[in-house]
Design a protein around this ligand. Structure first.
Ligand SMILES: Nc1ncnc2c1ncn2[C@@H]1O[C@H](COP(=O)(O)OP(=O)(O)OP(=O)(O)O)[C@@H](O)[C@H]1O
Ligand SMILES: [Mg+2]
Ligand SMILES: [Zn+2]
Length: 367
């Protein structure tokens, strides 16, 4: 039976001509994972040699695929920068140019190309965690699909993928050939998540470059087919994943999710700033967990205030796409793999998601 050791044995028979060492003793194999015959690992290589490593990556995949009981293999090539040495950083002491308050502007992004077959890539973002990006992504995807659009959802929250649970998809996407990953499907939505490829504990110890490699692979090798919209459920904040997405693909824009708390709005502003610096348009703002309808008196209460996201959208001159109430059934639906838009499409709690979906369709038509 194939296990960790037999996979490593197979990989140790492949020699990297560059170093003369085999892949295992050269320490290039990272994040090896085996699950029901599906093997995945990362080949971590010197950035200067990344292109030259592609044949080795293919050889590594082929060698593992030849093992007994292995049904699919996914090897991701990632470049790592040597520790403590930023690429292109000057060596030796940094000259004092007297620019104490100077913050370097991020490099003007080179114009990335579109994803083949995908009309609009839409990022679902927030400055702060836990505001409902994944809940919105799942419901929006289902709602857009119900409106007749061909919809894909890429769960790019590599640190805590939610979509396998929220959209009720599990198992491993198959990889029928070199550099080809077939996504899964449920509720009319084509889904790919890093959660399908790695164990959660594993992703946490992955370093930036490995994650970026995996994200690029999910964008480039997944057979999305022809899509009207590809929603990208981002991790919170303004980190590498957001940057990589905007640099590597043509993103139609970002939908920013915020809760009514002021602090969340301040964080939302940071998120908005980042996309503006990346020259990625803000397609709209959504207020989640806005109010809740009280079982006791039947009225809607707004414990954290109300309308801040709408005011911010007006200030920025971007569409306010709508609001979603705080409702137990929204969370329960997400936890059981059928978003509220699929489980109870006619319900009051679902209605905000339909409004947001229709607003997004209008915005994309204009774009
Ligand atoms: N409108 C809502 N009503 C009730 N529960 C909600 C609502 N929106 C989100 N939740 C719940 O709040 C929690 C956080 O939501 P979610 O995972 O969608 O946020 P997130 O922004 O994607 O978080 P992270 O930053 O960790 O990725 C989940 O348990 C979700 O079910
Ligand atoms: Mg999330
Ligand atoms: Zn009440």
């Amino acid at each position: 039976m194939t296990d960790d050791t037999t996979v490593r044995d197979a990989l140790s028979r492949i020699v990297d001509p560059g170093s003369g060492k085999d892949l295992v003793s050269a320490g290039l194999i990272k994040g090896l994972s085996l699950r029901d015959g599906a093997v995945s690992f990362v080949l971590e290589v010197d950035p200067a040699r990344a292109a030259a490593m592609e044949p080795l990556r293919q050889a590594a995949e082929a060698a593992v695929l030849g093992l007994d009981g292995v049904t699919s293999v996914s090897a991701v090539l990632t470049a790592h920068a040597a520790a403590g040495q930023a690429q292109g950083a000057p060596k030796g002491p940094v000259p004092d140019l007297g620019l104490k308050d100077f913050t370097p502007k991020p490099k003007a992004p080179e114009k990335p190309g579109p994803l083949p077959g995908v009309k609009h890539v839409v990022a679902i973002a927030s400055g702060k965690g836990g505001v409902g990006k994944s809940t919105l992504s799942a419901n929006l995807a289902v709602a857009l699909a119900a409106r007749g659009l061909k919809v894909g959802l890429l769960d790019a929250d590599v640190y805590g993928p939610s979509q396998p649970r929220m959209l009720g998809v599990s198992g491993r996407p198959s990889s029928p050939g070199e550099g080809i990953i077939l996504p899964l499907r449920n509720h009319g939505v084509t889904v790919m998540s890093l959660g399908f490829m790695v164990e959660e504990e594993e992703a946490i110890v992955w370093r930036g470059p490995m994650l970026m490699g995996a994200l690029q692979q999910m964008l480039g090798q997944v057979q999305w087919g022809a899509l009207d919209v590809l929603l990208v459920d981002l991790p919170p904040g303004t980190g590498d994943v957001q940057m990589t997405l905007c640099q590597k693909t043509e993103v139609a824009g970002a939908v920013v999710v915020s809760t009514p708390q002021d602090i969340a709005l301040i964080d939302a502003k940071k998120g908005i700033d980042m996309f503006q610096r990346m020259q990625t348009p803000i397609l709209g703002i959504v207020e989640n967990m806005a109010g809740f309808t009280c079982d006791g008196c039947g009225k809607t209460h707004y414990p954290f205030g109300h309308g801040g996201a709408k005011a911010e959208a007006e200030r920025l001159g971007v569409p306010f796409l709508g609001e979603v109430p705080l409702h137990l059934r929204i969370r329960e639906a997400g936890d059981t793999g059928a978003p509220i838009v699929a489980a109870k499409p006619e319900s009051d709690e679902a209605s905000g998601f339909w409004t947001i979906a229709d607003g997004l369709i209008r915005t994309l038509e204009k774009a």
